[in-house]
Design a protein around this ligand. Structure first.
Ligand code: CTP
Length: 411
């Protein structure tokens, strides 16, 4: 396939180099068209060496060749990664002030843009309107990933991993795996994500470290595959869910405690073909949550917090089957210990919970919670291995949906 890779000027331009190498390794011919600003981040020789093609940014670089027409007409697929706020604005306005935007006006092949910018820029109404305009015209604007941005800040706006961009872009061009096939069209799915908070008093709670990113990736992947998605979001940052709701049509239900999560999941599950419990749900809650703040009393020992057990939402869903044929999926974040390995704990949990699938992942330093990559082993209700998926959280999400679709009754 002849791919035109547009690169606009942001720090994430370095990831375009990895994307370029990946596409070349997959056997595609790639012509890189950076903007002038992109070349301030990555030099033309890097793109030239890895693509084996000349690189230019200006329409005046090869006037007799009328490059923008030749490049636009000759491409089977255009990928712009990273697409900055400025590039999205220029493309939405139909500007033709450099080689990349001119080429975009000529191209009639699928166009996929992978935005990267700070969260505030991504969420600005101007950017939202530009994205909506481009999508109305058939451009596939991918969701930015959420996570560490250029500085110390985090949020949606990060360039998706090169593997994810390549897969989504090739899917847009009709190449690629099951994620391309919209195999969840006509299905309703519920995904819970985040971590519950159990109030101790009005200002304190018992919580956990779940970032919610795997759950959000599951919701985004299901929406991309055509499903109608309800995301039950336990204490997720607004930015993470607002972008998903605005761009993929996902219904987001915000919850905080396990009781709220349980009610929201069960309400949505009545009409769902699949329910994925990716949320980290507290097993216990304080027996009493006083309405006034607990004060420390000078000289007195702290009052113990009595805990009571929460309902097991996943086990209940597996037992109740709120809709016939519904596929129920759980997650198990495990650490190995003296009593057994990660997988042994996972097997026991799979049998105990009764869910159709249980995605087991090892947590601990640099794995699972808060990271961008994940590595899960999917077991069935008997604890038998179904599949193993490793990669970005989006890749893991797609691997899990692949397993779910195999269990769904046909429609
Ligand atoms: N889960 C749930 N309700 C709970 C606890 C957990 O629905 N009260 C779900 C989680 O969403 C996840 C799965 O059960 O999909 C496994 O969660 P985990 O905390 O690993 O399981 P526990 O049964 O709490 O096991 P452990 O003894 O390891 O804490």
């Amino acid at each position: 396939m002849r791919i035109l890779l547009g690169v606009s000027g942001g720090v994430a331009a370095y990831k375009a180099v990895l994307l370029l190498r990946l596409l070349r390794e997959q056997g595609h011919a790639v012509r890189v068209v950076p903007t002038a600003a992109a070349l301030r981040f990555v030099g033309a020789p890097t793109f030239e060496a890895l693509s084996g093609e000349p690189v230019s940014s200006e329409v005046f670089d090869d006037v007799p060749g009328v490059q923008h027409v030749a490049l636009g007409q000759g491409a089977d697929l255009v990928i712009v990664a990273p697409a900055t706020a400025d590039l999205l604005a220029r493309a939405a306005a139909g500007r033709a002030d450099d080689l990349l935007t001119s080429t975009l006006l000529v191209a009639r092949c699928p166009v996929v843009m992978a935005p990267a910018m700070h969260t505030e820029m991504w969420e600005h109404p101007a950017t939202r309107a530009n994205v909506a305009t481009l999508r109305d015209r058939g451009v596939q604007v991918l969701e930015p990933a959420s996570g560490r941005l250029t500085g110390a800040d985090t949020g949606p706006g990060r360039l998706p991993e090169p593997e994810d961009i390549a897969r989504d872009a090739l899917a847009a061009a009709g190449v690629g795996g099951s994620a391309a096939s919209h195999d969840l069209t006509g299905r309703r799915v519920v995904v819970s994500a985040g971590g519950t908070r159990e109030p101790i008093d009005p200002v304190r709670f018992i919580g956990n470290r779940s970032s919610g990113r795997q759950g959000v990736a599951l919701a985004a992947a299901a929406a991309a595959r055509g499903a109608e998605v309800t995301l039950v979001a336990a204490n997720l940052p607004d930015g993470l869910t607002a972008a998903l709701a605005a761009t993929s049509g996902t219904t987001v239900v915000d919850v905080s405690s396990t009781a709220e999560l349980r009610a929201a999941v069960r309400e949505a599950a009545v009409a769902a073909d699949a329910v994925v419990m990716a949320a980290a749900v507290a097993d216990f809650r304080p027996a009493a949550a006083p309405t006034a703040k607990i004060k420390k009393v000078a000289g007195a020992a702290p009052a113990p917090i009595e805990l009571v057990e929460n309902p097991d939402v996943l086990a209940e869903l597996a037992a109740d089957r709120l809709r016939a044929g519904q596929v129920v999926v759980g997650f198990a974040a495990e650490t190995g210990d003296d009593a057994g390995s990660v997988l042994e704990h996972g097997r026991a949990k799979a049998r105990r919970k009764g869910a159709d699938l249980l995605a087991v992942n090892a947590v601990g330093e640099s794995l699972g919670f808060g990271t961008d990559v994940n590595d899960v082993t999917v077991l069935d209700a008997h604890g038998e291995l179904v599949t193993a998926v490793a990669g970005s959280k989006r890749e893991v999400a797609d691997g899990l949906w692949d397993a779910v679709t195999k269990l769904l009754p046909s429609i």
